[in-house]
Write a protein that binds this ligand. Structure first.
Ligand code: DAH
Length: 357
């Protein structure tokens, strides 16, 4: 009995972790543990012997059990101490300097316009950048011989030799998303579609890839008046000036009738553009009432539904709002430019909390 006591108390005190300790417990007190087996031998003893040995065995069992529990608690404390020491954090250390990355002005402006239109009940719709010529042109009432097909300086995708179906195109505008959104959702509908578009063009204000924002609102009785209010509301919120003034100029787009181009009042002072004052006008977008043929192509009954659409350049909006002179630099990935014109990564623009602060 003394041998057993010494053996197991030594094993308990020597156990370095809870798993080892559990092994010791099983070896002594488990179903097939050494002490449990001894207990079983009691049956073969005469009554006197059994009583004495049984009592002693029980004491031994209790003693080992106690030692096990004490050791287990001690090991737990030690583990917790080690973890606390390991995960120690000095909350008085200064914060990290400004995060390294910045939000690109195109992303920032995309978030800003999305926030403004979401506030007016517009959802965001998307479409593919590689588009069939039906969606990019035909469905938008741009016939094959229409000059707009050439004006758009379209990039065509290659077809396999012998495949004489019309080639897909890199979409030249976000207007095809109008068709896709109406096909998917029908009317009434209120969506914006921000995204990349492509045209063969390259100078200070043009890049072969740029970003547009399409808008579409279709319902029973939507009119030009609604279009005007929405665009004025948008410009006021986006440029963050109360006194914005817009000028609607009659224009022509195949997919709208009537069509209007919209200019915003501005001034140029020492190369600095000011929105909302002065004698200048700057064109910012195209718009109009969606052409019945466009509604029809998208499966919406033009006798029951009508509405407006508009399209504007997101990069151009960014240039105007943040005074960025050259569009080509937008896509150069020059770190100095990104640091200068980029936005803090955690400032999400909201209409209520401020768009660009
Ligand atoms: N898709 C036209 C472009 O890229 C812009 C545009 C004009 C979109 C008038 C419209 C619209 O939705 O109504 O030049």
């Amino acid at each position: 009995m003394d041998d057993l006591r010494q053996k197991y108390l030594a094993l308990v005190s020597g156990a370095g972790d809870e798993a080892t300790l559990e092994d010791v417990r099983l070896a002594a007190l488990g179903k097939k543990g050494e002490i449990s087996l001894k207990m079983r031998e009691l049956g073969r003893m005469d009554p006197e012997m059994r009583q004495a040995t049984g009592a002693a065995l029980n004491r031994l069992k209790d003693e080992i059990d106690l030692a096990l529990r004490a050791k287990k608690a001690a090991l737990g404390d030690a583990a917790l101490d080690a973890r606390l020491k390991d995960e120690w954090l000095d909350v008085t250390l200064p914060g990290r300097p400004r995060a390294q990355g910045t939000i690109h002005p195109v992303s920032q402006v995309g978030e800003e316009v999305t926030a403004i239109f979401a506030d007016m009940g517009f959802a965001v719709a998307e479409g593919p950048q590689i588009e069939s010529d039906w969606y990019n042109f035909d469905a938008l009432n741009i016939a094959p011989e229409h000059p707009a097909r050439q004006e758009h300086d379209t990039f065509f995708m290659a077809r396999e030799a012998g495949d004489d179906r019309p080639p897909h195109v890199l979409r030249t505008h976000t207007s095809p998303v109008q068709i896709r959104a109406m096909q998917a959702q029908g009317a009434p509908i209120r969506v914006i579609a921000p995204g990349r578009v492509y045209r063969m063009d390259m100078d200070q204000t043009h890049a072969p890839m740029f970003h547009q924002l399409e808008g579409l609102a279709i319902d029973r009785d939507i009119s030009m008046a609604n279009l005007k209010w929405v665009l004025e509301e948008f410009c006021r919120a986006f440029f963050e000036v109360e006194g914005v003034e817009l000028r609607f100029r009659a224009s022509h787009f195949p997919f709208t009738e009537p069509s209007a181009e919209v200019d915003i009042r501005c001034s140029w002072d020492k190369g600095q553009l000011k929105i909302g004052e002065g004698d200048g006008w700057m064109e910012i977008l195209g718009s109009g009432m969606v052409h019945p043929k466009v509604l029809e192509a998208a499966g919406v009954d033009p006798d029951a539904w009508q509405g407006f659409a508009f399209g504007m350049g997101i990069d151009r909006l960014a240039m105007l709002k943040y005074g960025i002179p050259d569009l080509r630099a937008f896509f150069d990935s020059d770190l100095r430019w990104l640091r200068h014109y980029g936005f803090a990564a955690l400032d999400m623009p909201t209409v209520s909390g401020g768009l660009s602060r």
